[in-house]
Design a protein around this ligand. Structure first.
Ligand code: FNR
Length: 380
């Protein structure tokens, strides 16, 4: 922050905007239209997507004074990992395309390496999950599974993730079928995306065994392949099978109802990921942040990851105050990647953390435990 202020005094402005609105405006001007539509868009008229962000406005933090906050500790524990901050990068499929060279997944992984902010790596990466893991350095990665219909392919992907050193498996539950996304449906041509393939699954031995024909040369073909291959309909009866695939912690993504949290705990899940997919999958739902308190209450000792609508450091702080163990962002770092690759993503993550850190300093919360103990108040 001081660096930015001092830079300003000498006429040097930050290279990228430090707020989400500014970042999004810059991305709108810079990104190829179909890529922008894919990242920015959501389900239906995007009411849930808007609500996700707006709902943070009716939660308020109450400052405390005369607390020594000259040093803040933003670290959190997650499955035995001591993370330097509570922030993580949510899984973004096809992130590869957010950078010009088609290796946006590697750029995101390098941003993880530089910031210590973990990356949840989507099944739909442009680079093999092993390469993405290697680019993360010492920062831990989590692997997000879109569950294939073929059980051997599921086992293969999870086994590869485990061997590559990922620390947990995040199973996404709300995307066995793709939601109704008018921006994509109305203009679903991706001319500038030609030449990119989703190497993560093309590099999988089981996938190659199942697929006689050579890799498609364009992303549309790859997406069609994905639609046919993934999208297993999961029920609670599948939990023992999922459990049998790995010794790693299993986190269920998309859980928003407290009864489902209890079901998940009974079924042997290790963590809950409260999210409505950033409003991309179903419209008409409540804002995810409004669902978080009941999810946390039902989760007991299970960690609760949260995303959907985080746009600022104060949003991060509010989600933590409402009981999230760790807080994810999707679109914000995708815009960062699109504007400046690793450097852009690092800028976005550092801006979010700097704002959260300063808020904690001013409001009298020396660490995340203090923030959580204080809670947030619902207004209106
Ligand atoms: C996503 N999301 C997502 N989730 C997942 O589990 N696997 C995936 O491959 C993807 N792909 C994806 C692509 C794009 C372009 C976006 C914007 C989102 C959902 C993502 O993990 C996260 O839940 C939301 O992005 C969080 O909301 P915000 O931060 O974008 O508001």
């Amino acid at each position: 922050q001081l660096e930015i202020y001092f830079g300003g005094l000498h006429g040097v402005l930050p290279k990228y905007p430090v707020d989400f609105a500014g970042l999004e405006r810059r991305a709108e001007a810079a990104m190829a239209p179909s890529l922008l539509k894919y990242v920015q868009g959501g389900c239906g008229d995007e009411l849930t997507q808007r609500r996700n962000a707006e709902a943070f406005g009716h939660w308020g933090l109450v400052p405390r004074m005369m607390v020594d906050c000259s040093a803040r500790d933003l670290s959190v524990d997650l499955f035995g990992m001591k993370l330097p901050s509570p922030l993580f990068m949510a899984p973004i499929g096809v992130t590869g395309l957010c950078t010009q060279d088609g290796h946006g997944d590697l750029a995101a992984a390098r941003a993880a390496a530089q910031t210590g902010v973990p990356l949840v790596v989507s099944t739909l990466t442009n680079d093999p999950l092993e390469d993405v893991a290697a680019a993360m350095g010492d920062t831990p990665g989590l692997f997000q599974l879109y569950t294939p219909k073929d059980p051997e392919l599921a086992a293969s992907l999870v086994g590869r993730a485990e061997a590559a050193g990922y620390k947990a498996i995040v199973v996404t539950l709300d995307t066995w079928v793709t939601g109704w996304r008018p921006r994509d449906l109305n203009e679903s041509n991706f001319p500038q995306l030609r030449g990119h393939v989703l190497s993560n699954y093309w590099s999988d031995p089981r996938f190659r065994q199942m697929t006689a024909k050579p890799p498609e040369e364009d992303v549309a073909g790859a997406v069609m392949t994905w639609a046919g291959t993934f999208g297993k309909v999961l029920t609670w009866d599948d939990m023992p099978w999922l459990r049998s695939l790995t010794k790693l912690p299993i986190i269920l993504k998309g859980i928003c109802h407290p009864d489902d949290v209890r079901r998940a705990a009974d079924a042997g899940a290790d963590g809950i990921y409260c999210s409505n997919h950033g409003g991309r999958q179903a419209n008409g739902g409540m804002a995810a942040i409004d669902l978080l308190p009941d999810v946390v209450a039902a989760a007991g000792d299970m960690p609760v990851l949260f995303d959907s609508g985080i746009r600022s450091g104060s949003d991060v702080a509010k989600a933590l105050a409402l009981g999230a163990t760790a807080v994810g962002v999707g679109r914000p770092y995708s815009y960062g990647l699109a504007l400046g690759g690793t450097e852009g993503a690092v800028h976005v993550l550092r801006s979010l953390l700097a704002e959260a850190d300063l808020l904690m300093a001013v409001d009298g919360f020396p660490d995340i435990a203090a923030l959580r103990a204080a809670g947030a108040v619902r207004m209106g």
